[in-house]
Design a protein around this ligand. Sequence first.
Ligand code: ATP
Length: 514
Amino acid sequence: MAQKEDVFKKIVSHAKEYGFVFPSSEIYDGLGAVYDYGQNGVELKNNIKRYWWESMTLLHENIVGIDSAIFMHPTIWKASGHVDAFNDPLIDNKDSKKRYRADVLIEDEIAKIEEKIDKEVAKAAKRFGDSFDEAMFRQTNGRVLEHQQKRDVLHSRYEKAMNDNDLKELRQIIEDYAIVDPISGTRNWTDVRQFNLMFKTQMGSSADATMDVYLRPETAQGIFVNFLNVQKTGRMRLPFGIAQIGKAFRNEIVARQFIFRMREFEQMEMQFFVRPGEELNYFNYWKEARLKWHKALGMGDEKYRYHDHEKLAHYANAATDIEFQMPFGFKEVEGIHSRTDFDLSQHEKFSGKKIQYFDPELNESYTPYVIETSIGVDRMFLSVLCSSYEEQQLEGGDTRVVLHLPKALAPVKCAILPLVKKDGMPEKAREIMDMLKFDFACQYEEKDSVGKRYRRQDAIGTPFCITIDGQTVEDNTVTLRDRDTMQQERVAISELPRIIGEACSLNNLLKKLV
Ligand code: ATP
């Protein structure tokens, strides 16, 4: 585990050193859980967004996109439930002056008990070897049963308190289980308070005409409130979807793990509107389609798993997460939710406007049901970065850091490198650059030894290096170096667009999805 955390730290510094992700406002010592994307980061991020956008809008005739404003009428957040229920229970430690999520403190306590059980099981497994029957051991061992009972009692108390929104009981659990602040080590806690995660600001300039507005905590509501606009102007027939990419803001209390949990982040959401009764078929369709989208990137099928929700939000009738194996464990990257007609009905109720669809086949009007797919761009970015990073030992004692980015997502597709700065090589290199630059992101580099230049390109995940040497000037061939294998082959300049195109085109990636 310690090793994995080390790797994660290295990835974070690599991201900064090579222009992928910088802490926001760094010269002012940063701003908590806010990050900026650098010259390479923005290209990788844009490529992820393009892959998602095109997979939705080009590959589905019945999905269209929108771009709604970040500011929306404040009643929208009443209708969606965010004003009343988008809360985390907070607690402060009076000695360390640190703030925690009460639910996270209790969940950590539950995890500690579970760890104790796992330790007992691991010890016994070692002792009994091949004859070990784990299920039997868990059911009969005295110490395990004792821990398990303690865990179950705590868990059910915790679950009830959360369901009942009982803040006093959460505080009491922290008291009863003697949960201490990991920093001060004391139990000097405040009461538990609800904390709304939405950022609030004022719109309008004169004092009496101002209105409280929120920075949207999700992009989805912009889709719901435009349902009728899009359906009518696009003459859309059910089933159809609306896709949107945009910023979202959440005043996260426990902001950790780099760009995994940010206060300003970006979402790619698609709401798919269907006939009531057909929603679970479409839920299953999107569950599969979205996993296929992830797997097509070739980062390793074993790194993904579904996490089906047992406890559903009151408006949902099915929900699953797609989790990805980050260096700090399997974590949610995307959610797929069957949200029934909750959102559209709520907006109908709060706006007083009829939001229904007339179904010409059934000759009746109804409120459509919705399947939502919701993925964080930044979490996707992090999963790509983490699974691509490798420190490689090379023959001869050398090492290199390479990003095996999916080629279609790489910020730079090819580096164009004249071997030396003379003998017509730079001119020839420029000619090649002029030929390729309309189709591929290219980088021209002539400084330092070619070996050093290869390493710099490996570190930002450039799939190909094209080296122009003495022979190029004579016969119009170059060496083409592959990032992953480091193999070099001699190819004709005229072949370059085809070779690079086949390996790096987004179209080839999209074709895997149909
Ligand atoms: P979590 O349980 O991790 O807080 P969530 O279940 O609240 O996430 P959703 O509201 O379903 O997340 O949001 C959909 C997606 O948006 C998530 O799968 C994730 O990829 C992304 N996301 C949510 N919150 C953040 C955040 N603070 N920073 C970065 N991405 C986020």
